[in-house]
Structure formats: structure tokens, C-alpha cells
Design a protein. Structure first.
Length: 254
């Protein structure tokens, strides 16, 4: 499957209401049970503070962005490829009286400078959104362009789990292919993503597994309600690994 941004837009235009029914406004699969604790954790890991200008790349309906703006005082530009998500986000931003802190735009995070200009942000973050890119190297270069010198990029996402045997790896890749088709993603290998970040001119701050206890209840409800079977009737197993990655653009400090 050749994944294009318009495919992702159509997917979320169609599926956003189903995600909201299962997850609420924080559409994140890998999470603890408490939204507040989870979003406070993410705000800290991203490094958001008052006065900072942040870009939420693949913002969904801006559930996290609204929390971040209220909790930290950061100003957030939010971009989604889905017009449906943008309309819902704009209504929720207005209802929360956050129009002076958050602005949502329909756009492609592979070409951020065309919308925002170069050297515009202190941080760019991707929350389970970069996996929707067929060309993550381009998306990372795009983030690098709009970051100020010393600015940060933060990524939370899933990656292909490396295996010890060829047989096990083939089983993992079979599930990955199914996931990619169902959810309009292109699951990457973590080592490849690290290579893209370094090639773009970023310096590593941390690469770690998320530091919270995962509650899969909402994801299991979403799968059950929507008849999704990632394992084609076979027993489930760990096919992915999750990482948080935070890197700094060389030159200057934030």
C-alpha cells in the first residue's frame, strides 16, 4: 500500500467519531487509565512551559493541546490533515475559551514551513501521529525547518518489534502489514527513526520506553466494537514496541 496524506485524511474523516466514542478527546492508544495523569506526564516529557510556542503535528481533535495550553500556558499551533478533526477541534477550543492559546489548521506535517515559516517554534511534538507518514524522514526534516535553534522534537509512537528468530519476525511483520492497512499507517523500525533524526541534524536527549503503566481497556473496546482482529483469529502477541524520543536541534538552547 502506498500511503498518502489524503488517505490518512479520509480515514480520520470517517473514523474520528468512533475514536471519540472509545477514547474521548485524547485519542491515544498507549496510555494509562487517567487522562489527567497521562497528559501531565506528556507535558513534562515534551518540555512544555509557559511562554513556549509549540506545534502539535497530527493534533487530532486537540484534546492534548487543550490540556497543555491550560496547564502549562504554552501557545500551540495544531495541524491535522483531517477537515473533520479540525472542525471538531475548533469548536472545542472555542468552548474552552482557548482561541488565544491554540489555533488549528488543516495541513500536512510533511511541509510545515510553507504554513508556519522557518525557525518559528520551541518544540514540535508528534503523539502517535508520525506512524501515519510513509516518509518520516521528510516529516522530521519539516519539523527541523520550523524549529528555532536549540528547539526540541518529541515523538511518542509504536515501532516494529525486533525478534530473535526469522520465524517470529515474519509473524510480527504479518501483523504489522495488517495494522498498516487497517489504520492507514506505515509502521517504522525504531532504529530507522533514530537515523532519520540524526540525519536531519538533531541531537539525542532521550530514547526510552514510556514510563507509565498501560491500560489497554479503551483500545480493546475500540477493537471489539469495530470488529477489528489484528491477529486473524490467532492468539495475540507483542508485535510492537513503544518509545518516547526527544531530540534537540543543534545550535542554541531553549
Amino acid at each position: 500500500m502506498h500511503l498518502k496524506p489524503e488517505d490518512v485524511a479520509t480515514y480520520y474523516d470517517t473514523w474520528t467519531r468512533s475514536y471519540l466514542d472509545a477514547f474521548g478527546p485524547c485519542i491515544q492508544a498507549h496510555r494509562p487509565s487517567s487522562d489527567e495523569h497521562f497528559l501531565a506526564y506528556l507535558a513534562n516529557r515534551i518540555g512544555l512551559v509557559k511562554g513556549m510556542r509549540a506545534l502539535d503535528a497530527g493534533c487530532g481533535v486537540c484534546g492534548p493541546a487543550r490540556f497543555f495550553a491550560q496547564r502549562t500556558g504554552a501557545s500551540i499551533e495544531a495541524v491535522t490533515v483531517s477537515p473533520v478533526q479540525a472542525r471538531i477541534a475548533a469548536a472545542e477550543i472555542a468552548a474552552a475559551s482557548l482561541e488565544d492559546r491554540i489555533r488549528v489548521t488543516v495541513g500536512d506535517f510533511h511541509d510545515l514551513a510553507a504554513t508556519y515559516g522557518q525557525h518559528s517554534f520551541d518544540v514540535v511534538y508528534f503523539l502517535e501521529s508520525l506512524s501515519h507518514s510513509a516518509d518520516p524522514a521528510r516529516a522530521i526534516r519539516s519539523a527541523h525547518e520550523v524549529l528555532k535553534p536549540g528547539g526540541r522534537i518529541y515523538i511518542k509512537d509504536f515501532f516494529v518489534r525486533p525478534c530473535d528468530t526469522d520465524k517470529e519476525q515474519r509473524q510480527v511483520l504479518d501483523v504489522v502489514a495488517r495494522v498498516d492497512t487497517i489504520f492507514r499507517v506505515k509502521t517504522a523500525w525504531a532504529k530507522e527513526m533514530l537515523g532519520h533524526l540524526e540525519a536531519a541534524g538533531f541531537s539525542r536527549e532521550f530514547v526510552e520506553h514510556p514510563g507509565f503503566s498501560v491500560d489497554n481497556t479503551r483500545w480493546q473496546v475500540f477493537e471489539r466494537v469495530n470488529g477489528i482482529d489484528l491477529f486473524a483469529g490467532k492468539d495475540s502477541f507483542d508485535w510492537s514496541e513503544w518509545f518516547e524520543m526527544r531530540f534537540r536541534k543543534l545550535g542554541g538552547r531553549i
